[in-house]
Design a protein around this ligand. Sequence first.
Ligand code: MG
Length: 369
Amino acid sequence: MMAVASPQLAFRSIVHVDMDAFFASVEELDHPELRGQPIVVGADPRAGRVRSVVSSANYVARRYGVRAAQPVTMAWRLCPNAVFLPPRFARYSEVSDAVMEVLSGFSERTVRLSIDEAVLDCSNAGKKFGTWKSLGRAIKDAIKKEIGLSCTIGIATGKTLAKMACELHKPDGLTLVPPGQEKAFLAPLPVEAIPGVGPRAREILQRIGIHKIADLQQANLDLLVAHLGKPALELWQLACGIDNSEVIAHFERKSYGEECTYDKDLSQLEEVAQALKDLAEQLEYRLAEDNVSGRTVTLKVRFADFRTITRAQTVPVPIRTAPFLEEAAWRIFRLHVSDSQLREDRIRLLGIQLSNLYRMRKGEQLWLF
Ligand SMILES: [Mg+2]
């Protein structure tokens, strides 16, 4: 008998998550006594900080017309009762990390797009939840339960479509673009609903009679290219519901390294030991900041005549603290650079790099180390 693939396997499930009024919501979370009041994150105009702009406003303040990027003086005029709170970016970034942790439980392919937005490829997880609706609900519930905040979600077969769906119903929304209905979903939207279509592109499109995405779907492709250039092709494809870009964390680092060129060439073992200790400490700082550990240590040695060697060693368990990094680098050094070579060739640069990385979740401890 022939196996029939579940229809759910045939299409991609891309989830776009946008935290609702993020900074203002974090403030509400941390100051429950302010709940229900209009909250504006931004410098207090009553304190004379009149040149600042609004970073974020909760939905109560938005009802008065307060918006992000507005001058705080205007926000004050629109909503004299608003509570103005100075932004606490370190706190928002901490909550953003916690949200990412919850999201990565739903998919290995979770990419942070900004402090309050992420995209997940849930093509596999989708199966477990049966329907997109229950997948979306599960993600929203998890964020509400774990973090205490609400978010808006869009789910579609592509990244851009999912983001556009997300934009449609805020806050606390869940909008689905079922596979096969992309074109119909897009048709009634104005062209500027497409991310990347700014005022200039909109103006050009309007001049050739294109206002809605439906117009774009029926447009003459040659005419589009003539007016917009090559990007027109992608725009037209997207308008027709074709959105195949992958969810990949392009910016994810593969390694962390520190190196230093010395004013005076090194020729003594004690100098090298001290130099490696310093480099290991600098490296530890950056690894701790990003909560990353790794198993492969690479030592780079450049001699006075610019001859350069790089030698690596892989340790059995992930490391990230300075003493272990220093120890590994020292071991590699002793193995590959003899005492006489150090004295005669002298060293102008040393570097330590850690790769084979492990990204740890919040609260997760390194086994043993
Ligand atoms: Mg947001």
